[in-house]
Design a protein around this ligand. Structure first.
Ligand code: AGP
Length: 372
């Protein structure tokens, strides 16, 4: 009913709008102003976490994309090697796991069969399993050694939005917590990031206030067959997520690529007026990556692409090459996916509407996939 949708036409729109609160609720009680973390719910003793020598993340779909982003954060802040694998592939390759492996299973519903089977396999090999989950008491957290709940609230739309942002927050918390427990040399940086995280909810709110041009752009592309997405570093999984949203909702051919891979094949796809969404890393900090992506944008534009550029406020260098420029607030590099994903959700939702598709219940899909 309309009331359940809080006055929005679709649950998805409501859930997109709820993201600032979902993010702050997921941080609530877990970080403090001095930059330290309390994750008492993670009932894996610090002594065990100090011995972990490998992290393996298993998940499906959007949750898998959160895992891909988590890898950058975990490896950077903890220096523990981290693998991310599609849950449906994981156990079939006889993965190498033991008591020093921490497996992180990410799932909104907590009922995804592929993820459940992956975590059962991991526990049989002696690994410790930490679930990141949005559904209290569901199967995946019940069968894990510990759980960190995302506090997104119920997500009804099949296309995941607020659950994804809170999965990212939970992944950052796990990475920072592991860093804190293990006392890495990134101690100061960890404290700064913990503080930065508390500002992210407002940043997401600011993105939501500037979405009208994105909706307008989506409507103007409703007749297109293909949209490509490019990103680098943590922007690469954001590109994959943007493409997945568009497939699910708009039933369009959409693909995400690592921008650096372009020249190894995908650039052959570029043709006149093809929309290409590019997620641009911050020009601060990792400016090498920024320069490289700017030249990628020039390359595709020279071949006729219509460039839709998601860039930080004050990033002037990309402006001349952007046919459409979508601004997001400046955030530390690793946190950028929290703001950069939001326009892609709005974009896909509006395209689905413009194409006459059912937004909350896309064809052929179920909210939670309880078969392998
Ligand atoms: C996301 O928009 C999808 N509907 C889908 O990829 C989903 O993320 C995936 O099936 C995993 O679900 P889970 O988080 O409930 O395990």
């Amino acid at each position: 009913s309309a009331a359940e949708k809080g006055g929005y036409d679709y649950f998805m729109l409501k859930e997109i709008a709820e993201q600032p609160k979902a993010v702050s609720d997921t941080l609530l009680g877990r970080i403090d102003g001095s930059g330290s973390l309390t994750l008492d719910e993670v009932r894996i003793p610090p002594g065990v976490l100090r011995e972990v020598d490998k992290v393996v993340i298993v998940a499906c779909g959007t949750a898998f994309h959160a895992g891909l982003i988590a890898k950058y954060a975990i490896e950077h802040w903890t220096r523990i090697p981290c693998e991310v694998e599609l849950a449906s592939e994981f156990r079939y390759r006889d993965p190498i796991l033991d008591q020093r492996t921490l497996v992180v299973a990410i799932s909104q519903s907590g009922e995804t069969m592929d993820t459940l089977m992956a975590l059962r396999h991991a526990r049989e090999q002696g690994a410790k399993v930490l679930a990141i989950c949005n559904t209290n008491g569901s199967t995946i957290p019940r069968e894990s050694d510990a759980v960190l709940y995302t506090h997104a609230g119920p997500e009804v739309a099949v296309a995941s939005t607020k659950a994804f942002l809170t999965q990212l927050v939970a992944c950052y918390l796990v990475a920072l917590y592991l860093g804190q427990v293990r006392g890495t040399k990134f101690g100061d940086e960890i404290r700064d990031v913990v503080r930065d995280l508390s500002g992210v909810s407002d940043a997401v709110g600011r993105v939501l206030e500037t979405m009208e041009p994105v909706r307008e752009l989506a409507r103007s592309l409703a007749h297109k067959d293909t949209v490509l997405f490019l990103g680098r570093h943590v922007g690469y999984p954001v590109a994959l997520e943007g493409a997945l949203k568009l497939k699910e909702l708009a039933y369009m051919h959409a693909e995400g690529f690592a921008a650096g891979e372009l020249k190894h094949g995908p650039i052959a796809l570029i043709e006149e007026d093809l929309p290409v969404v590019v997620v641009v890393p911050s020009p601060r900090g990792r400016s090498v990556l920024h320069d490289k992506i700017v030249s990628n944008i020039q390359e595709i534009r020279a071949r006729g692409a219509r460039t839709i550029v998601i860039a930080e406020e004050n990033d002037e260098a990309v402006a001349p090459y952007a046919d459409h420029l979508i601004r997001v607030p400046a955030t530390p590099t690793l946190l950028q996916p929290l703001v950069a994903t939001v326009p892609l959700q709005v974009f896909a939702c509006e395209l689905a509407t413009a194409r006459g598709n059912e937004v909350d219940q896309p064809r052929n899909l179920a909210k939670s996939v309880t078969v392998e």
